[in-house]
Write a protein that binds this ligand. Structure first.
Ligand SMILES: Cc1cc2nc3c(=O)[nH]c(=O)nc-3n(C[C@H](O)[C@H](O)[C@H](O)COP(=O)(O)OP(=O)(O)OC[C@H]3O[C@@H](n4cnc5c(N)ncnc54)[C@H](O)[C@@H]3O)c2cc1C
Length: 596
């Protein structure tokens, strides 16, 4: 079977992914350089269906007029929350840019919630403190509990005004190069079944996360880790893939997110005996300790027999108690999440206890970049013309544990920085693509369509997701991780035996899922291998056999995987510029203890 290119199109800037990060980057370029031809690709039917639209709680930024909060406190919280694995140059740059971004969004019409005096309302979130851990900080601005929707509405309006073109329901399948420079991508258009090559002066990866690798996840259907596959296929590394976040409060069963806002407004975690157990694990911050700590506390309660078993959900859980919150809080601050409890588990959060359990939520690891969003080929060298922003990237603002509300902050600031840097590429000529354009994509898809065998996409996918949740979840241990790596390789072999029922190119959901399965397998292999290799505990990566942090592992890992399962690992130092530069608070940015 010979598959071929339908057409080649050209643009100035190609954005792969149209969520918050991609659109913020596009908006920056269109604002600074009107008339730029920007094309954005999205897997979904409309950019607004991107995952960012589901973000609930808010976005962190320090208001310069705040009488008690300061950027240095936010930097400290982010560093401490990261388990001393964030890059401090990135932390400083993002935190310092935060408030300007809030104003940027507000000036373009975002409807932030207001306090009684008409100022931007602010709420607390786990791990955000003032005065280096003294008390909770009111640092997150929000739009009720649908902040992501507000951001997406605003960004979408801006990029439309700037004349962006969208290609919907399409997937980037391969990065294209001109020598060392990234100069475009192959795109498979699901509706027409066509393969299109897009040439560009600069390319931005903004493809979101990889949560579908896990069975229980808060992530949307599209988050299949395509970006990790694209990177390793192009010979590029992936950084710290084992750094996976499990959110403490996934609604039991589907794992859908019940925002940290619930704990911010006063929700209390209770076990089977209705004991408020967080005091045992984080005496000072209790429910508002960072996510990794709260997730482990919940899992520990369940392991100790203090979970609740309800036949309807067939999985043990604990409760979040919201019954004591005033009516107006339910109505104005958590209406959406309350409706999720009603819809998915038929619970009225005003009167009943709500069942929750940790759920996979966020990928701190990803495609490595510098503080301008330029993708790294190795610890020293960038890939000309290629950027990565948002959850798919790893500039390492979050290190090994992201604080709530820091992701939306990261994606809009890094979107802006990458956009500014990408402008440097837009004045020159379009580079010529080299090699057989799209040949890897054609071979891959032709193989999917021709394979004869008994295996089914859905079966292999579900086995993989169950395996990852069981063996590479909140608690990890050598034996389980070894089994995971072996079994992922076996599942890859099974995937090679999948015969598709429908062999058409157009509107073939099974074909898309077959391609996504390979990306899930690649992502899983990188995560499990990274977790096996890192023999210590850091933030979301908790090794029961190595429960402490190891000073020998105070560095990032870059994983290269040109052949499935054959992983080469290099180290990259953690940037400690805030510590190394000295100054009045330098000691707060050393390898500090992590107690809450
Ligand atoms: C339920 C939920 C609530 C959250 N709430 C908060 C919060 O309150 N505050 C906070 O800071 N963070 C929050 N987060 C995290 C935050 O929302 C995400 O990290 C962030 O939205 C990711 O944005 P993004 O632009 O990187 O990716 P996304 O918004 O996921 O966009 C990715 C885009 O890439 C496209 N794409 C993917 N693969 C391909 C491909 N192969 N080809 C073409 N396009 C592709 C997708 O279709 C989509 O358009 C939340 C996360 C979840 C799951």
């Amino acid at each position: 079977m010979k598959l071929r290119l339908s057409k080649t199109i050209s643009c100035d800037l190609l954005i792969l992914g149209a969520g918050g990060a991609g659109l913020r980057c596009a908006a920056e370029v269109l604002e600074k350089r009107p008339g730029t031809k920007v094309v954005a690709i999205t897997k979904v039917a409309h950019p607004q269906k991107s995952h960012t639209s589901t973000a609930q709680g808010g976005l962190a930024a320090v208001d310069p007029k705040d009488p008690v909060d300061k950027p240095v406190y936010h930097m400290f919280d982010t560093w401490k929350g990261s388990d001393c694995m964030a890059d401090q140059n990135v932390v400083r740059k993002i935190v310092e840019a935060g408030w300007d971004e809030i104003l940027w969004l507000e000036n373009r019409g975002m409807h932030f919630s207001r306090d009684m005096d008409g100022r931007l309302a602010k709420r607390t979130f786990g791990g955000h403190t003032i005065n280096f851990g003294e008390a909770s900080a009111y640092r997150a601005v929000f739009e009720a509990d649908r902040t992501g929707k507000g951001i997406m509405d605003t960004l979408w309006g801006e990029v439309l005004r700037g004349g962006i073109s969208f290609i919907h329901q399409s997937m980037a399948t391969e990065l294209l190069f001109s020598g060392e420079r990234c100069a475009g991508a192959m795109v498979f258009c699901q509706k027409s079944g066509e393969f299109v090559a897009i040439k560009a002066k600069a390319v931005v990866l903004a493809m979101g996360g990889c949560g579908q690798v896990f069975k229980v996840t808060t992530n949307c259907r599209q988050n299949t880790g395509d970006h990790l596959s694209l990177a390793v296929q192009a010979g590029l590394p992936v950084m710290d893939p084992e750094a996976v976040q499990f959110h403490p409060t996934g609604i039991v069963g589907p794992g859908i997110l019940a925002s940290e806002t619930l704990r911010s407004v006063g929700g209390i975690l209770r076990n089977r005996d209705l004991e408020a157990f967080m005091e045992k694990y984080a005496p000072k911050m209790r429910e508002l300790a960072p996510r990794d700590l709260v997730a482990r506390a919940i899992e520990t309660e369940i392991r100790e027999g203090k979970g609740v078993f309800n036949q309807d959900h067939s999985i043990e859980h604990v409760w979040i108690d919201l019954r004591h919150l005033p009516e107006h809080v339910h109505r104005t601050q958590i209406p959406e999440v309350a409706s999720f409890f009603k819809k998915f588990v038929n619970v009225d959060s005003r009167k009943e206890l709500c069942p929750i359990r940790p759920s996979n939520h966020y990928h701190m690891g990803g495609v490595p970049t510098n503080s301008d969003g330029e993708v790294l080929r190795d610890p020293q060298k960038t890939v000309p013309g290629l950027f990565a922003v948002g959850e798919c990237a790893c500039a390492s603002f979050h290190g090994f544990n992201r604080l709530g509300t820091n992701s939306l902050l990261e994606l809009i600031t890094m979107g802006r920085f990458a956009g500014q840097k990408a402008l440097e590429y837009l004045e020159g000529e379009l580079p010529e693509l080299c090699g057989d354009i799209g040949e890897n994509t054609f071979q891959t898809f032709a193989a999917y369509l021709q394979t004869k065998g008994q295996a089914k996409v859905g079966d292999v996918r579900e086995k993989l997701r169950a395996l990852m949740t069981e063996k590479v979840g909140v608690f990890r241990v050598e034996g389980g991780l070894r089994e995971a790596v072996t079994q992922i390789a076996e599942l890859k072999a099974q995937a090679m035996e999948i015969a598709l029922v429908t062999r058409d190119l157009a509107m073939n959901q099974e074909l898309v899922e077959r391609w996504e399965l390979d990306n899930l397998l690649t992502s899983a292999m990188l995560i499990a291998t990274g977790a096996l290799h890192r023999k210590d505990s850091r933030g979301g990566h908790f090794r029961e056999d190595y429960p402490q942090r190891s000073p020998d592992l105070d560095s990032h890992s870059l994983l290269y995987m040109e052949e499935f399962g054959k992983v080469k690992i290099e180290k990259k130092p953690v940037d400690m510029s805030l510590f190394n530069e000295g100054g009045p608070h330098a000691e707060k940015f050393g390898m500090i203890e992590r107690k809450y």
